[in-house]
Design a protein around this ligand. Sequence first.
Ligand SMILES: [Zn+2]
Length: 564
Amino acid sequence: MPGMLDLPEKPRLLVIGIDGADYRITDGLMRRGRLSNLATLAERGAWGPARSTIPPLTPAAWTTIMTGKNPGKHGVFDFLPMNGDPLDVPVGSRRRATTLWRALSDAGYRVGTFNLPVTYPTEPLSGFQVAGFMAPAFNPAIATPARAFEVLREAGQGYAPFAPPDRTEKLEERQLRDRIDLVPLVSRRLLSAIPCDVFMANFQVVDWVQHSAIASEMKPGDVDSLDPDGLIARTYQLVDDRIGVMLRELASPDTHVMVISDHGTAVVDRVVNLEKLFLDEGLMAYTSASTGGAGAIGAGRRRARASLAAWGVLKRLLPGAAARLRPLAGRVRDRLAEYQDDARVDWSRTAAAPWGLYGQVRFNVRGRDPEGILPAEQLPGLRDRIIELVLRLRDPVTREPIYDEVRDGREVYSGPYVSDGPDLVCVPRDDRYLTISGRMFRGTSLPLLDAQSEIVVPLDKPRDFHSARGIFGMAGPAIEAGVRLPPVDLVDFVPTALYLLNQPIPEDMDGYPVLEGVAAPTRTSRPIRWGEPWPLPEARLAACAYTPEEQRELEEQLVALGYI
Ligand SMILES: [Zn+2]
């Protein structure tokens, strides 16, 4: 009975997100005939790679997808703000630009979103919003209106599509399948309860599986080496299968369908400890506790190192025992916190410090940064010195340079919040290099950065990270069939969605509609209409902060993904 699954009304625009879907992996699996629904969509429409933000991390990338703006205009550069605040203000509260969903709601569309990362706290949309990754645990605050939360409750106890399983447990296909199944299931229930003209849902699972398994299922830099029968390939296939269900149930022949991911994946086999470079060169210093009494540091480091080692051994020996080990995890965390206090940056002796995991560098500027020491006239000299030091770094095995270029933050980003972002971005030559620094989350997984003997360390055991290559596709009445697109920037998503809905595109957008994929009749009859910038959202900073328990919960999620 086909009527049973039919929605009262189907969306005119259906957007499917696949967090972490990598263009090269997707393309390889499509060529092997493993992703029949995405392949059909590509045949029916336009398909190509998406270029992620710098850094290619979920918060910056998804905020760019939903606002059409670069981080200099929306203010989200990374998981953490660079002013040193901890993880207590959700990314959604730090966003300073209007989302497509809000603007379309204001324009009279009924808009619903489901399971999109960094949409917590939720916005009151004309339809509904159910927050995704970075939402705290299951509670009414993750959905608006209340009816949407009811739908989630009815979907059952297992509802947690945004929270990754513990990294210490081996991901099982059953767990993944449950979470993947929830996306079409809950989407249909939400749309049956609250019909929408524009709907976007996201699968989070591909990103988790890649974090968990990419290093064992693919060789560094060699996508063709991906295990065709591994967990990652099977997960892409499961997601593709459920996308097929969504296309059948949620789209009509008049619906425009768009598919997008925020970044791809990569296997890292070199760690670049920029923190050590900066410490060695006297560009930064730790507080007196860690530079003063050598005995005290030694003891702190020894304790932290012993705790970490014991924790690592226990996790390896007792996979699946994560819950029982949790109290111990707390103790390890305390030990690391102790060490971290020991290794706090002494800003009075720090001219510049590396940030995050992608080679970002922040200057400590007088008058701009809380404890800034650097007068403006010294900035050019400092910039030149850091660029020279960074470009000189060589791979210990290949002797190749590690960074292709060091870009100025004002060149990478534009807009009113540029000065909240990195002053320099060291762009690695290859995604096999993971840059590490202490200013990432709380720096808890990265203790002892000053104690390592080398700046660039080849890893015995490769690990996971992100690549900048996501996917972008679209199909529908206005789209040309069989078009292979050049790389699409994430900022192009909003202008393209607006163009397909025949809406004006605010002139302060950073992107442009992907007209290469639009069929000639529409392109000629529908010129791009530029319009006024969208009104800015009200500041929600004060309105929302994670509770300490929520913060702890989120840290556990981030640990599970390997960020901490
Ligand atoms: Zn992501």
